[in-house]
Design a protein around this ligand. Structure first.
Ligand SMILES: Cc1cc2nc3c(=O)[nH]c(=O)nc-3n(C[C@H](O)[C@H](O)[C@H](O)COP(=O)(O)OP(=O)(O)OC[C@H]3O[C@@H](n4cnc5c(N)ncnc54)[C@H](O)[C@@H]3O)c2cc1C
Length: 426
């Protein structure tokens, strides 16, 4: 059965995924003589950089998620279908999805990435990921449930495990999450749970390498360490994790940490579509694309963003898996599609690095733009300004801004709600 989409005479461009890449692509294709069919398993776009604020009760989930139909309201050549793409049948230019089949003239894969546990079953089973809105909500519930349980328990070891949070992975996500957990410890949770001794609450950031924020320069790496130290976060560098049973995590060195809140921010892997040729997937599991984002061994299939890997002189292992890469690749694919319809030669991709930033609790962030770096309060202001600007939807920007101002003045987090209790195993 085919998905019900009007048959038209112009080429059909099917896009899988409405993340940063897919969303930008639809916008850029709006004025081109093509039919756009966007398929996503969710009916909303997620602003992943603020997921950690949903996890730590700083923002409502619907402040960082935006309905896809609303984003493209009124766009004439556009059709959205909510469903999960299951298989590519390239010989027939066809996709099989959970809602039926669909033919394409051009296919763009923008499926992003998911958590990578590197095959370590223990962590897959017991650790908390934070890659989607539902996972962020689960994490929020777990954090709050742990404190509710800690109140009921007399056993000191069990209480210690419930009040200790370990974040594995010292990249931007790990650093931001650890900072936010420390803020909860300092300003929020002691008011809710006055019967608990918050000197016992620990936030431990565990990093396998010798430094945090390895993609940033040395000044900012040191800054991040200092800021976390000021917030009371324990940073364990050069520490690989080996085993975890849900209450004790064992390091490769044999050292142990009692925690029933272990958050995995240590790696991601591309989300692939079954049916892609083996030769189009690299050793790290990303889709191999050329300078034009065209997938290796296909003529009319493109891939962009986290799922794809383009090797260029300055990027021997592909570009970083961050939003600006997905957005810029989407812009290139749209512009080349326009050119190909006019029989013009396509352009090659050239990444324009606008800089990187990460926030560490309130008043502190590290920012890097070219050779220029800054931190602390000005970094934090820059971080807030940029994230507000990038959020989709005016309402979301206003809601997030009000929330941030409120939290700043009151040292409070309003959304300490266990709406959907988290239960391991679903
Ligand atoms: C916690 C966190 C913090 C981050 N912080 C930053 C940051 O500060 N700055 C930054 O630049 N980047 C950040 N990133 C990375 C950034 O979010 C990604 O690089 C970006 O989202 C990649 O865009 P994308 O379009 O490739 O994929 P995504 O944005 O992940 O979108 C993929 C879409 O595909 C859909 N999908 C997947 N599989 C299927 C399927 N089979 N069928 C249908 N739909 C499917 C998904 O539902 C999703 O909507 C962060 C990521 C996380 C997780």
């Amino acid at each position: 059965m085919y998905i019900n989409v009007p048959e038209v005479k112009v080429p059909r461009v099917v896009i899988i995924g409405c993340g940063f890449g897919g969303l930008e692509l639809v916008k850029q294709l709006s004025k081109i003589e093509v039919q756009i069919v966007l398929i996503d398993k969710n009916n909303y776009h997620t602003f992943q950089p603020l997921l950690y604020q949903v996890s730590t009760a700083g923002l409502e989930a619907d402040s960082i998620a935006y309905p896809i139909r609303k984003i493209f309201k009124g766009q004439k050549n556009f059709h959205f279908r909510m469903g999960e793409v299951q298989q590519l049948v390239s010989e027939e230019n066809k996709l099989i999805t959970s809602i039926g089949e669909i033919k394409y003239d051009y296919l763009i894969i923008a499926t992003g990435s998911t958590t990578n546990y590197f095959g370590i079953k223990d962590f897959e089973e017991h650790a908390m990921p934070m890659k989607s809105v539902t996972e962020a909500l689960d994490l929020r519930s777990l954090i709050l449930q742990n404190f509710e349980k800690a109140l009921l328990i007399k056993d000191l070891h069990e209480q210690e495990a419930l009040m200790t949070f370990a974040v594995v992975g010292g990249g931007p996500t790990g650093v931001e999450l650890a900072g936010a957990l420390c803020e909860l410890k300092k300003h929020v949770l002691p008011n809710d749970y006055p019967e608990l001794d918050f000197r016992k609450m620990r936030v431990v950031l565990i990093e396998n390498g010798g430094e945090l924020l390895q993609a940033m320069n040395e000044i900012n790496r040191k800054r991040a360490n200092t800021y976390l130290d000021e917030l009371g976060c324990e940073v364990w560098l050069n520490t690989g994790v080996a085993k975890y049973d849900g209450s004790v995590v064992e390091m490769k060195s044999g050292k142990q940490l009692l925690t029933s809140g272990l958050i995995w921010a240590a790696g991601i892997k591309a989300v692939l579509i079954d049916g892609l040729n083996k030769e189009s997937i690299n050793a790290r599991g990303r889709i191999i694309i050329d300078d034009y984002c065209k997938v290796k061994s296909y003529e009319n299939i493109f891939a962009i963003g986290d799922a794809a890997c383009m090797v260029q002189e300055k990027f021997r292992n592909g570009h970083p898996q961050i939003a600006p890469v997905a957005i810029q690749q989407a812009q290139l694919v749209a512009s080349n599609l326009k050119k190909s319809l006019k029989q013009c030669a396509p352009d090659k991709f050239s990444y324009f690095d606008k800089g990187t930033m990460a926030t560490v609790g309130r008043n502190r962030a590290v920012v890097e733009v070219g050779n220029f770096t800054f931190g602390r309060f000005f970094g934090w202001l820059a971080w807030m300004g940029l994230h507000l600007m990038l959020l989709v939807g005016f309402r979301n920007r206003v809601v997030v801004f009000i929330n941030w101002v409120w939290s700043y003045i009151n040292y409070d987090r309003n959304i300490r709600l266990i709406i959907r209790p988290f239960k391991k195993g679903g």
